[in-house]
Design a protein around this ligand. Structure first.
Ligand SMILES: [Zn+2]
Length: 107
């Protein structure tokens, strides 16, 4: 722990303090660590990507096909959809936990 000077009242405060204990100036926001930010954004991007993948995949699977082909592919497609949903849920669970663990601390 080192001491830094408050920008407002020049009081010496710990560099781990969120605000000055004398004047109450916010010294730093309780921000997420860089890793936490990456996790948060990858969580958002992951959801967008999965939604896009699902829709794009569904469309591509049935495009330019006869009804019979569609029927055949729909089985494959539903497996694909199931796989995507499974990946989605698993990824969300993992990333969700990471987001929780990297939340800014109250201290
Ligand atoms: Zn101060």
């Amino acid at each position: 722990m080192t001491l830094i000077y408050c920008g407002e009242c020049k009081n010496e405060v710990s560099n781990t303090a969120l605000d000055c204990n004398k004047c109450g100036l916010k010294l730093r926001k309780p921000h997420r660590a860089v890793f936490g930010k990456i996790i948060k954004w990858s969580f958002i991007l992951f959801n967008i990507l999965m939604a896009y993948w699902l829709f794009a995949g569904m469309e591509a699977a049935t495009e330019g096909m006869s009804e019979a082909q569609k029927a055949g592919t729909s089985i494959v497609a539903s497996f694909g959809a199931f796989f995507i949903f499974f990946m989605w849920a698993t990824g969300d669970a993992i990333l969700g936990l990471l987001v929780l663990f990297t939340r800014p601390s109250k201290k």
